[in-house]
Design a binder for this molecule. Sequence first.
Ligand code: MG
Length: 375
Amino acid sequence: MKITNIKTTPLLCKFKQDYHWADGVTLCSPVVLIEVETDEGIVGIAESGVGPTIEPMLSVLHDAIPHFIGRSVFDGNRLIWEYFQSGFKARGVGSQYRFFSRTMSGIELALWDAIGKGLNQPVCNILGGAVRDKVGYFGFVQGDTAEELAEHAGQLAKEGYPVLYVKVGRDDRLDVDIVAAVRKVAPNVRLRLDANEAWDTLRAVRMMEKLKAFDIEIMEQPVPGIGGSDALLRLRGVGMPLSADQSVYLPEEVFEMCRSHAVDAIVLGLHETCGALRWRKAAAVAEAANIRINIHGIFETGITTCIANQVGATVPNLDDANQIMWQLLEEDLVESPDLRPVNGFLPVLKKPGYGFELDLDAVGRAAEVYCKQKR
Ligand SMILES: [Mg+2]
């Protein structure tokens, strides 16, 4: 099956409500829809998660796409890294793995969808088979004030989510008020916090000591990721389990993080690793250290939910409360299947490819929002 064209469609998918976190307020998910067209009429679909903005990613994608035309869908592993060599490394920006990975992840992931559809198999089967029947997700608590967040937390707990996840790192007093309010309405859930790199060492120690009173299962990336494992190791004395998110993108970084004994879990998404193959390699590194891996979410749509569901299902050390993001959108791009978790779980998707159908009207509207923003 040969690649005849790769279509890129920039989209802005609006959120239902403002998304409050340590880096401010975010209003939408910007993504690039990737459609790999083939000579057999099969189209592989995925998305690249945007960072920092859509335009430089489109520029790189358009530079890369000619390298793929006329080649087999089974050559993705070779073609992506050939382009990394000639399009990135050779141009003196070889260290920018993170930008490269996010940009090219959509192509890597769309090729798997084309392969799955071509072989009439779900992608998880092609990757060796699922090791579980369902994938777990946390209830992602949304709102601005402690009252709003507590109300949503109560609702998610009633819906049966065993794990809730709350953003902190916004303001010390507000953070404590939020966590106290959430814990009050959801006394029996496993509660996880994410400070998104907001604190220096002293502030992280002070905040974690205060937040310990609320029985926190994991504190995610309290200090800047650039500090690597050393910055996280300094917090070990607090006695609160830690996870690394922004510290780790590459399997090599996962190896170093696991070797350091700085964290108890790794948070990593498929866009960060440039797709499924390297995500599974990173998961295998963590598995060798007996450390679980949690599917990270960036600003994305249900397309990524479907992809991560199948790829995540193939690794034994997958966390039981992964990140899910499509529900933040005013309207998702996926028409089917139903991606609402039941008691915090979705079954592993088993239709050919990633098993989703796009809502083409929703795609059209998100493309229009992007075009309006450009004008
Ligand atoms: Mg995080």
